[in-house]
Design a protein around this ligand. Structure first.
Ligand SMILES: [Ca+2]
Ligand SMILES: [Ca+2]
Ligand SMILES: [Ca+2]
Length: 559
């Protein structure tokens, strides 16, 4: 017999399940159907009108007209539109806005996996995906918690993805390309805490990613309408070939444009071949300057017709720049790596960068690292590089592979933190930082195996001997301190034990099947003590064998 409590819980669960429906849409469906897998709906608009909080709308492969959504989910029951591979929106919303998807005054909506093809003309298409809340008048509020991920938006008239008055927005792993008139991704209107991560943004006429707090839009008497975008995270984006203009615009607009963006972080982004500024911290119509921002571990190589690679201007105080590779292919002496306004100098912290030694300080070109250091007090530990040295940093510069070369000077040249700002815990690809002795400079960390002390992409007896030679002493990774605690001890031995026998292609990534062989299983320090005492003898007796690779002694076998 069910208890009263069980009945209540059962009713609660039943209610929850009843709310969470799964619907289907197909180009061969019918809006008189039930929206089931066996009887899918025909149009996205019909699904948008009938799905609600907690529902998932599966969009099957085929071509569709767009949809306009004016209601959403809740934090615990989001409304999800999940496109299956091959689901393409190739026409704007019927009888509505000239967008592919419009999400307006709706919160907790996820849009996942669509291909959206615009007309390449601002007169006939605007945004591939538009997400807006309300900051104009009091009846509605900012939208919250919208997720736009894994979509491809190509050749829209104005923007690939446009958002405004939308707090806690996430724009993840999208491809935004060839916007005809403006930007790839545009985040605007006072919205706080956006996460813009893992997107590929290329060939847009103006900015790649444009962020504008925009005090000129909305009713500043309403809460939150301050013209400031706060606490944004912009990371792991690959941004190239933007700002070159089109038939509809002369171009311009930074690869990452931040106007009125405060206390935000820009990290692990790769920017190359962009034709205006690389990363701009500035103010035109933001509600305040772009202050308190951190630019860390980015790789920025600007095109030959570009402006400065980094711009810190219009009162962008308390900016922190470190572990970046910054170069400008524009040969002009009034172009270069960093332009810093006088009113942005207070609190400016910059160091451990690899820099094209052409700068602008307070409007005056400064064409040496020494003069820049004198003018700004920054970059004491930074490195000036020429074009040949830039190319040598990377695996394959000619083919835009900006992962670090094995011999790259950027390896281990960075720091964990600067002035209270911290370097990211991983790189553009998710490779953990730091690898080796220290943080690398740029968007990529050179990947080493966990106990590869001699950095030869194999964990073997050579690494074990390095560890033993330094056992019990202070040291760095190259001397056996594999867990980066400053000391070579048993914890490091255990890391070596776990990865013994692993190999990888130079600089990683991991092979699909780890080639771990012969992992010994010592369980205490006593085993290592035995190994330590045995080593001098073993190494004398076995050197010949070790060098001939006939023997592969492991830590466990030495006991
Ligand atoms: Ca490193
Ligand atoms: Ca090794
Ligand atoms: Ca250690």
């Amino acid at each position: 017999m069910m208890s009263q409590r069980s009945v209540i819980i059962g009713l609660f669960l039943w209610g929850g399940l009843a709310r969470a429906g799964t619907y289907y849409v197909s180009p061969t469906g019918s809006n008189t159907g039930q929206g089931t897998a066996a009887s899918p709906w025909l149009t996205l608009q019909y699904a948008a009108d009938h799905a609600s909080a907690g529902d998932t709308v599966n969009v099957l492969a085929g071509d569709y007209a767009g949809f306009d959504l004016r209601h959403g989910g809740t934090a615990t029951n989001p409304l999800t539109f999940l496109a299956q591979p091959g689901a393409t929106i190739d026409r704007v919303i019927p009888g509505g806005r000239a967008d592919g998807i419009n999400i307006e005054n709706a919160s907790y909506v996820t849009v996942n996996g669509f291909t959206l093809l615009g007309t390449g003309n601002p007169a006939t298409s605007e945004a591939g995906i538009r997400v807006v809340g309300d900051g104009f008048d009091s009846p509605n509020a900012f939208s919250r918690g919208v997720v736009v991920q894994n979509n491809r938006v190509d050749q829209w008239g104005k923007w690939g993805i446009f958002t405004g008055f939308s707090d806690d927005l996430q724009i993840l792993n999208n491809e935004a390309s060839r916007s005809a008139q403006q930007h790839g991704i545009y985040v605007s209107n006072s919205a706080d805490r956006p996460i813009i991560r893992g997107n590929r943004v290329w060939g847009n006429a103006a900015a790649g990613i444009h962020m504008n707090g925009d005090i000129d839009t909305g009713n500043t008497a309403l809460p939150g309408v301050d013209g400031i975008i706060s606490n944004a995270v912009v990371e792991k984006n690959v941004i190239y070939g933007n700002g070159g203009g089109s038939a509809y615009t002369a171009g311009g607009g930074s690869a990452i444009n931040a106007d009125g963006v405060q206390n935000s972080v820009f990290r692990n982004n790769l920017l190359y071949d962009n034709h205006a500024t690389g990363i701009a911290l500035f103010q035109i119509d933001g509600g305040g300057p772009s202050s308190g921002d951190t630019v860390v571990n980015n790789t920025v190589v600007n095109a030959a017709n570009s402006r400065y690679a980094l711009l810190v201007a219009n009162g962008a105080v308390n900016s922190t720049l470190f572990n970046n590779i910054v170069y400008n292919l524009n040969p002009s002496l009034t172009r270069g790596s960093i332009s810093l306004d006088a009113d942005a100098l207070p609190g400016f912290k910059s160091d451990y960068n690899f820099l094209d030694p052409r700068f602008e300080a307070s409007g005056v070109p400064v064409n040496s690292l020494l003069l820049w250091q004198t003018a700004t007090g920054g970059d004491a530990h930074s490195t000036a590089i020429n074009l040949a040295q830039l190319k040598a940093l990377f695996k394959d510069y000619a083919n835009n592979d900006y992962a670090l070369a094995k011999t790259s000077a950027a390896r281990d040249a960075g720091v964990a933190s600067l002035g209270g700002a911290t370097a990211p815990a991983d790189d553009l690809r998710g490779v953990l930082r730091p690898m080796g002795n220290a943080y690398d400079v740029g968007a990529y960390e050179y990947r080493l195996l966990p106990a590869d002390a001699n950095a030869d992409d194999t964990v073997d007896v050579a690494d074990f001997r390095i560890l033993l030679a330094n056992y019990g002493q202070p040291g760095d990774f190259a001397h056996g301190d594999f867990n980066h605690d400053g000391r070579v001890d048993f914890a490091d031995f255990q890391i070596l034990e776990r990865s013994f026998g692993e190999t990888q292609a130079a600089g990683g990534p991991l092979p699909a099947t780890p080639s771990i062989v012969g992992v010994p299983e010592p369980t205490s320090a006593a085993v290592l003590a035995l190994a330590l005492s045995a080593l001098p003898l073993c190494s004398r007796r076995r050197r010949k064998n070790i060098e001939s690779t006939e023997l592969h002694p492991t830590p466990g076998r030495l006991q």
